[in-house]
Design a protein around this ligand. Structure first.
Ligand code: 0X9
Ligand code: ZN
Length: 445
């Protein structure tokens, strides 16, 4: 009997020791970065199709709860994903076993979230804004303050009107601002700008608000109002945005209930009726790029589509603003063989815009057709706008940065990012008025 007990004890001790050794081993790989109890963002660059497929499958394995930040679609291109703290040892081991090197891009996601919380705390302590000029653009603002900002604009600028675009799943109102300078004149062609269809991309709302403030308050931008009418929708996915302030800073999708009880939300940039459900979107509700049960299933997308359709003859330019990656993409995303009929124009404009953006702070923005520059993805706002609403100049912006902070871009970059966005916009306004050349442009990427 004694011998049996002794043997069992020896076995238990041995197994505990080897487990701790194993853990230690896993842990040492990322030791320098893993002293914190936080999620991390990792980067992998697959060099073969097999590696690419392996990573894509790993990201879509629900067990590891990985969150895609930069999508896996082509070889020799970086993939970024967030690894929950609890899964770090397991994912580390899987990648090691497959001999896939990874780089820890953001070692302490929680630290970045905390810094943003701290800076928004300072903002709260500051005096409340009463107009768009004393609004604090060096900080991110919760939904109610964005609503206030919209009210300030509508109140203080006689050529601005506030419109209700529609109501979100949770009952919040999506507003558009319409600017039409020159009373009594016929409507001019319009430029449409939207932000925050992906609610974790806070920079999109912050930077576009700053940009419109500059355009409204600085006389040097007056021709921008003379040349075009403007539509501005600073906050599309408001439910999601509120959720990123209160529950989960890194939430991306809408907040509608899906057929899978435990998985909420649809990707608003896969829900448009253009090659809906095609390549580069997921039918699985738990995935980050879930396309929804049917096109326009999301009220945010449905109402926006009505709004754009109602004004489609006036809108010449549509800019759908996202982050991150520093890109300017034009149609099409859903198929690399299909080019827009004004491909040369889209190419020329984006080249000029990106050059102007570079001049401001030396930040490179890569431009090109979506499917070739990045990868095929379906159900996009931009493709829909071009193909269905016939809006000739249709772009997706990806603002700063290229991954150092990703979606957690520090607030002190809001204005610099705005400065380059605005410089690009000035050029876009000029270029969009040039006559259109025909033919296909090169894709320089
Ligand atoms: O996946 C998206 O909808 C966008 N990226 S984001 O990080 N803002 O979510 C756009 C991806 C760019 N386009 C292509 N895949 N072609
Ligand atoms: Zn996005």
């Amino acid at each position: 009997m004694r011998i049996i007990i002794l043997a069992v004890c020896v076995l238990l001790v041995k197994s505990a020791y080897s487990k701790s050794k194993q853990y230690e081993k896993r842990y040492t790989i990322i030791k320098t970065n893993a002293q914190v109890f936080s999620d991390q963002v990792w980067s992998v660059t697959p060099s073969t199709e097999e590696e690419l497929q392996f990573i894509a499958n790993l990201i879509n394995t629900p067990q590891y709860k990985l969150d895609s930040w930069k999508d896996p679609r082509t070889i020799n291109r970086e993939i970024n994903f967030r690894v929950p703290f609890s899964e770090i040892p397991a994912v580390n081991q899987i990648l090691q076993k497959r001999k896939l090197a990874y780089r820890v891009m953001i070692p302490d996601v929680q630290h970045l979230i905390d810094s943003q919380t701290a800076s928004s705390g300072n903002r709260r302590a500051a005096v409340k804004a009463t107009n768009i000029e004393d609004f604090d653009y060096s900080n991110y603002h919760p939904a109610e303050e964005v609503y206030e900002w919209i009210d300030f604009v509508a109140r203080d600028y006689s050529f601005a009107r506030k419109f209700e675009v529609g109501i979100t799943t949770q009952g919040r109102t999506i507003y558009a601002l319409r600017f039409a300078n020159g009373v009594g004149t016929a409507p001019k062609k319009a430029i449409y700008v939207d932000a925050l269809i992906h609610c974790r991309e806070w920079i999109t709302t912050a930077t576009t608000m700053w940009t419109f403030k500059e355009m409204l308050t600085k006389p040097e931008y007056s021709t921008m109002w003379d040349d075009y009418d403007w539509y501005f929708i600073p906050m599309i996915n408001i439910d999601g945005y509120v959720h990123t302030w209160t529950e989960d800073r890194l939430w991306r999708k809408t907040l509608s209930q899906t057929a899978t009880r435990s998985c909420t939300g649809v990707d608003g940039n896969r829900n448009w009726n253009v090659s809906w459900g095609g390549e580069g979107s997921s039918e699985r509700p738990c995935n980050f790029d879930y396309h929804g049960p049917f096109p326009y299933s999301e009220p945010e997308v449905r109402h926006l589509s009505y709004f754009i359709m109602e004004n489609k003859d006036q809108i010449q330019v549509l800019l759908s603003v996202h982050s991150y990656s520093q890109l300017l993409l034009y149609p099409y995303n859903y198929d690399s063989d299909i080019h827009a009929d004004n491909d040369v124009q889209l190419h020329n404009i984006s080249k000029a815009v990106c050059e102007a953006m570079y001049k401001v702070h030396g930040k490179t923005y890569v431009y090109g057709r979506g499917a070739e520059t990045l990868y095929v993805a379906s159900g996009f706002t931009m493709d829909w706008a071009h193909q269905v609403a016939n809006i000739p100049i249709s772009y997706t912006y990806e603002l700063r940065d290229t991954g150092e902070f990703g979606f957690l871009l520090p607030a002190d970059q809001i204005i610099p990012n705005g400065q380059e966005f605005l410089a690009g916009l000035v050029v876009l306004v000029q270029e969009a008025q040039n006559p259109v050349a025909s033919g296909y442009g090169p894709n320089e990427v």
